[in-house]
Write a protein that binds this ligand. Structure first.
Ligand code: CP
Ligand code: NVA
Length: 306
C-alpha cells in the first residue's frame, strides 16, 4: 500500500519533522488570531482507542473539526475488532471509508499490521513501544520557549517506557544528547539504544542525568497495561521522583515536561507542575496544533467539486 504512515518519528526525515514543528507554531498562531483554515473539509479520521485517553482523543478530534473535517471515535468494545475480526481485514474495510486512521493500541505490531493493509495514512496515537505524536508536541514546545533543541542535553528520569523510547528516536532525529536515568530492569528498548549510539547515555543516578540539562522530562511509573505492577513499581522508582531540588541541578534555563496524566507525589513532586520551569500545560495544548500540522501533511486535501 502506498499511503504514508506515522508510526514512529523514524517515518519522517529530520527536515520533515522540523517542518511539522514550524507548521504547528503557524497553525497555533492562526487559531489564536481566529482565522478559519479548513483544508480537510469532508475528510474523516477514524480513531481506534484500545486504551484510555484525554489529550490524544481531544486533540485529534478537535483538530480534525478545526481543519474542516470530522473524526469518529471507535472503541474495540463497540466494534468487531473487539470480537476478533482480523486487523488486516478491518484495515481494508476501514481505510476504504476513511481518509486517515489514528490508533492507540497495546502491541506495536497491531499498528504495523493495520498499516500494511491500509490504503490511507495510519497514525500511532501511542503503543506499548512508542508515542511519537507526544514527541512532536514536546519538540514544538521546547522550540517555542528556547529555540532549536539541536546540540542541547535532555534528561529522561524514570521508566524506560514508550515515551522514553520516543525520546531516543527524537534524540537521533532532532540532534540532541539524551541522558536516561532508570532503575535496573526498567531500561528502554535495547535495539533503539544500540542504534542511537553515543547520542544516548544510560545512568542509574537521576542527579547525574539532570546535571546541566536543558530539558528534563518524566512520565508515570506504571503505564497503561501495567496496573498490576503499579504497587511494586512505587517502591522501585521512589528515588526517581523529579522535584524542584533535582531540577536545580539542571541548567539555569531548564524547562520541565511531562506528557500527562501526572501522578503528583509519585514521578513528580506535588508542586513541580506549578513551578515556573514546568511547561507541561503548553506541552499538552501543543498536541492540538502540531497534530493539525501532521494531519495536513498526511491527509489528502479537500475534494474537488463535481
Ligand atoms: N499524553 C497523552 O497522550 O495523554 P492522553 O493519554 O490523555 O491521551
Ligand atoms: N507511558 C504512559 C503514557 C501515557 C500518555 C502510558 O503508556 O500509559
Amino acid at each position: 500500500m502506498s499511503a504514508r504512515h506515522f508510526l514512529s518519528l523514524m517515518d519522517c526525515t529530520p527536515e520533515e519533522l522540523n517542518a511539522l514543528i514550524r507548521r504547528g507554531i503557524e497553525l497555533k498562531e492562526l487559531r489564536q488570531r481566529g482565522v478559519l483554515f479548513e483544508p480537510l473539509k469532508n475528510r474523516v479520521l477514524g480513531m481506534i482507542f484500545e486504551k484510555a485517553s484525554t489529550r490524544t482523543r481531544l486533540s485529534f478530534e478537535a483538530g480534525m473539526i478545526q481543519l474542516g473535517g470530522q473524526a469518529i471515535f471507535l472503541s474495540p468494545r463497540d466494534t468487531q475488532l473487539g470480537r476478533g475480526e482480523p486487523i488486516g481485514d478491518s484495515a481494508i474495510v476501514m481505510s476504504s471509508m476513511l481518509d486517515a486512521v489514528m490508533i492507540r493500541t497495546f502491541a506495536h505490531s497491531t499498528l504495523i499490521e493495520f498499516a500494511a493493509h491500509s490504503r490511507v495514512p495510519v497514525i500511532n496515537g501511542l503503543s506499548d513501544d512508542l508515542h511519537p505524536c507526544q514527541l512532536l508536541a514536546d519538540m514544538q514546545t521546547y522550540h517555542e520557549r528556547r529555540g532549536s533543541i539541536a546540540g542541547k542535553t535532555v534528561a529522561w528520569v524514570g521508566d524506560g517506557n514508550n515515551m522514553c523510547n520516543s525520546y531516543i528516536e527524537a534524540a537521533m532525529q532532532f540532534d540532541f544528547q539524551l541522558r536516561i536515568a532508570c532503575p535496573e530492569g526498567y531500561e528502554p528498548d535495547a535495539e533503539l539504544l544500540a542504534r542511537a549510539g553515543d547520542r544516548v547515555t544510560l545512568v542509574r543516578d537521576p542527579q547525574e542525568a539532570v546535571a546541566g540539562a536543558h530539558l528534563v522530562s518524566t512520565d508515570v511509573w506504571a503505564s497503561m497495561g501495567q496496573e498490576e505492577e503499579a504497587e511494586a513499581r512505587l517502591t522501585r522508582f521512589r528515588p526517581y521522583q523529579v522535584d524542584c531540588s533535582l531540577l536545580d541541578r539542571a541548567a539555569p534555563e531548564v524547562v520541565f515536561m511531562h506528557c500527562l496524566p501526572a501522578h503528583r507525589g509519585e514521578e513528580v513532586s506535588c508542586d513541580l507542575l506549578d513551578d515556573p520551569r514546568s511547561i507541561a500545560w503548553d506541552q499538552a495544548e501543543n498536541r492540538l496544533h502540531v497534530q493539525k500540522a501532521l494531519l495536513e501533511f498526511l491527509v489528502e486535501p479537500a475534494y474537488h467539486h463535481a
